[in-house]
Design a protein around this ligand. Structure first.
Ligand SMILES: *[C@@H]1O[C@H](CO)[C@@H](O)[C@H](O)[C@H]1NC(C)=O
Ligand SMILES: *[C@@H]1O[C@H](CO)[C@@H](O)[C@H](O)[C@H]1NC(C)=O
Ligand SMILES: *[C@@H]1O[C@H](CO)[C@@H](O)[C@H](O)[C@H]1NC(C)=O
Ligand SMILES: *[C@@H]1O[C@H](CO)[C@@H](O)[C@H](O)[C@H]1NC(C)=O
Ligand SMILES: *[C@@H]1O[C@H](CO)[C@@H](O)[C@H](O)[C@H]1NC(C)=O
Ligand SMILES: *[C@@H]1O[C@H](CO)[C@@H](O)[C@H](O)[C@H]1NC(C)=O
Ligand SMILES: *[C@@H]1O[C@H](CO)[C@@H](O)[C@H](O)[C@H]1NC(C)=O
Ligand SMILES: *[C@@H]1O[C@H](CO)[C@@H](O)[C@H](O)[C@H]1NC(C)=O
Ligand SMILES: *[C@@H]1O[C@H](CO)[C@@H](O)[C@H](O)[C@H]1NC(C)=O
Ligand SMILES: *[C@@H]1O[C@H](CO)[C@@H](O)[C@H](O)[C@H]1NC(C)=O
Ligand SMILES: *[C@@H]1O[C@H](CO)[C@@H](O)[C@H](O)[C@H]1NC(C)=O
Ligand SMILES: *[C@@H]1O[C@H](CO)[C@@H](O)[C@H](O)[C@H]1NC(C)=O
Length: 549
């Protein structure tokens, strides 16, 4: 390195002399030199990085020329940085980092930031014999230091304050600056960037704007990103939440309510019972509650930084465990068409009452109604279907209890009297020396009592609903009457039937039911006899007459 740099000194001064001459003619040179745009100095690579090397190429000239002179900053002797003689390959430079290649390119090693600037090269164009000056710009970039983020407001209030964040970087040669919010690019109406991107303003901040924010600085050779910056946005309190939400408690329970409201910084809490301040904690605990703890419980939350407060109510009801109610009726043994009044007695005031019939909830019909807070149930025009078991049930939010069942009997009848067998006409034929069992059926409660009459005379042998003729004889023919009565309802009912004893079966099938058809088959004589008998019977019945056909 040393020997080549020593030798050129004489040559260098020779050229300096020449250049001196040239500088005298500088005005002329400015006017006449090929200051063409076609020749320029181009850095390769386009940017220099501190510590690396770069080549400043002369573009647009392939001419052979005896020498190249390089300047930095301006074309003047004091700004000359390198002189290169092509024929000898001699370089004259005060800066050991510089070198010039045979095509005139300037090579700078170990670049520093101060190498940034305008570079000029001059050489003689052999064809035109003019001195050509070419110019180019070299930018040298160093590694960027880590930027930092600062904020105009350390605790902005939600929906009120605007915040400006500034990205500060010690390095000047930042060519590009970008922001990241939660790892993505800033977006939205409320975000404003300054022209150079250094300042990011968030208008009317919300709690979602807390970030983290990062800014990234770049130049062609380096990238650096700030540490994440989080905004401490103050907000709330939001409407508090009270847990548990259960509003009903039994007497003696411990009432424990907890309140929370979203807030930054955390809210201050106050509990009020029916408007009266009670405790200044988020938790409220009342052991062994009694009925008078029923009321409105309010949690109030406040935030001293935002100056806001918010509250929430819960209505708490304390109830006793429902005790068993008593059911009574003014009678449990009633006659149809009568009126029944049930009363449900309970020691709890204002408790809900439900009525049950035969174990299922009673759905009221037009004869039934409730009164006196459902404590009484009235049934008008009682029917036999109303017989059964009645209960009442008391309800409050925490419990229910059911009375013992009350059995109600309904007395009715007798009615719907019917004989079995049941002939189409009111006559039954019995074959001589056979038997007949006649049953009289009624609907009645309590069960009816019976009396049988034959030809109008009571037969005391038969006192229930069955009359038996064994081994029928001619004398057994006649009019038979069944009389049924109910001592409780004091109602009675009677029905007649004619029994005819015949020699033999007059018709196929049943000897008991074929009366009318038999009449047709037997013929005119028998028919006349029958009609005669009927007329006889009718006249007899009119005298005994309890029943009408
Ligand atoms: C760079 O240039 C400035 C003036 O332009 C000078 O003060 C500084 O010392 C130089 N730095 C180096 C490392 O040469
Ligand atoms: C946010 O700011 C508030 C108000 O200055 C302060 O009380 C709170 O401690 C801050 N929170 C954090 C996490 O710095
Ligand atoms: C900020 O936003 C809130 C809710 O979005 C709005 O009510 C309020 O008027 C806004 N304030 C300003 C200054 O824009
Ligand atoms: C500013 O940032 C945006 C992206 O947020 C980017 O497109 C733009 O080029 C940046 N401008 C400057 C000067 O860094
Ligand atoms: C609530 O009732 C209890 C008894 O059940 C009584 O000791 C207490 O004084 C009452 N409290 C209020 C505020 O009325
Ligand atoms: C109903 O009352 C009558 C008297 O009025 C009584 O003879 C009868 O036994 C009672 N029935 C029942 C089921 O209690
Ligand atoms: C109830 O009334 C109906 C008609 O209103 C009557 O037929 C019936 O016999 C009555 N029952 C009693 C038990 O009085
Ligand atoms: C039950 O009470 C009602 C009303 O007091 C009355 O009308 C009804 O006759 C009573 N019923 C009996 C069976 O006593
Ligand atoms: C229900 O009846 C029982 C016994 O007859 C009595 O001890 C109790 O006090 C009654 N309860 C009500 C609520 O009337
Ligand atoms: C009860 O029966 C009587 C007579 O049969 C009738 O006039 C009345 O409207 C009935 N009442 C109800 C509630 O059905
Ligand atoms: C109710 O129960 C009684 C027996 O307790 C029964 O005789 C009656 O038929 C039942 N009534 C209805 C409508 O189910
Ligand atoms: C009923 O009267 C009829 C004629 O009056 C007679 O033939 C018949 O034997 C009588 N029956 C009885 C059982 O008395």
């Amino acid at each position: 390195m040393e020997s080549p740099s020593q030798a050129p000194h004489s040559g260098g001064s020779l050229w300096k002399g020449l250049l001196l001459t040239a500088s005298i003619l500088s005005d002329w040179i400015q006017l006449t030199s090929a200051q063409s745009d076609s020749v320029s100095v181009v850095p390769n690579p386009p940017y220099g990085a501190v510590g690396s090397s770069i080549t400043l190429d002369i573009q647009g000239s392939s001419e052979q020329t005896p020498s190249y002179t390089w300047y930095r900053g301006a074309v003047s002797p004091s700004n000359e940085i390198a002189f290169y003689q092509v024929a000898s390959g001699q370089l004259t430079s005060a800066d050991s980092r510089l070198n010039v290649s045979s095509n005139g390119s300037l090579i700078i090693r170990d670049l520093i930031l101060n190498d940034t600037g305008d570079y000029f090269v001059q050489f003689l164009d052999p064809t035109s014999s003019k001195i050509v000056t070419a110019e180019g710009y070299l930018a040298v970039y160093g590694p960027l230091s880590k930027p930092t983020i600062s904020s105009t407001n350390m605790a902005p209030v939600e929906n009120k304050d605007n915040v400006s964040l500034t990205c500060q970087s010690e390095s000047q040669e930042v060519t590009y600056l970008v922001w990241y919010i939660n790892q993505s690019s800033p977006a939205g109406d409320r975000i404003v960037l300054s022209l150079d991107n250094r300042t990011l303003t968030i208008i009317n901040v919300t709690r979602e704007d807390q970030g983290p924010y990062e800014c990234e600085v770049q130049n062609p050779v380096s990238v650096n990103r700030s540490d994440p910056f989080t905004l401490n946005i103050t907000y709330g309190p939001d409407t508090p939440m009270i847990v548990p939400t259960e509003p009903n408690y039994p007497v003696g329970a411990t009432l424990e309510l907890s309140c929370s409201a979203d807030s930054n910084p955390p809210a201050q809490y106050t509990w009020l019972i029916n408007g009266i301040q009670t405790v200044f904690t988020p938790q409220l605990s009342i052991p062994n509650v009694s009925l008078n703890h029923t009321g409105t419980y309010t949690c109030s939350a406040s935030n001293s930084v935002t100056g806001l407060s918010s509250s929430k109510d819960i209505s708490i009801t304390i109830s006793e465990i429902a005790s068993k109610p008593n059911i009574t009726a003014n009678r449990t043994n009633v006659t149809e068409n009568g009126t029944l009044v049930f009363t449900c007695s309970t020691e709890h005031e204002g408790i809900k009452i439900l009525w049950l019939f035969n174990g299922t909830s009673l759905s009221l019909n037009e004869r039934q109604y409730l009164s006196d807070n459902d404590q009484t149930l009235t049934i008008q025009n009682v029917t036999r279907k109303d017989a059964g078991s009645y209960q009442c049930e008391v309800w409050n939010p925490i419990s229910s209890n059911r009375s013992d069942p009350l059995e109600v009997t309904v007395n009715y009848g007798p009615d719907y009297i019917l004989f079995s067998p049941n002939p189409v006409t009111d006559e039954i034929q019995v074959i001589l020396q056979t038997s007949l069992t006649l049953v009289c059926q009624v609907e009645s409660y309590p069960p009816a009592q019976y009396e049988w009459r034959v030809n109008g005379t009571v037969n005391p042998e038969f006192t229930n609903n069955t009359y038996v003729i064994k081994n029928a004889s001619w004398e057994d023919s006649g009019q038979y009457t069944c009389l049924a009565w109910n001592n409780i309802t004091e109602l009675s009912v009677a029905k007649d039937i004619t029994i005819s004893v015949v020699a033999e079966q007059s018709q196929k099938g049943s000897s008991l039911s074929g009366g009318a058809i038999a009449g047709i088959v037997i013929g005119v004589l028998a028919a006349v006899a029958l009609i005669g008998a009927l007329i006889y019977c009718l006249s007899f019945r009119n005298t005994g007459g309890a029943d009408l056909l």
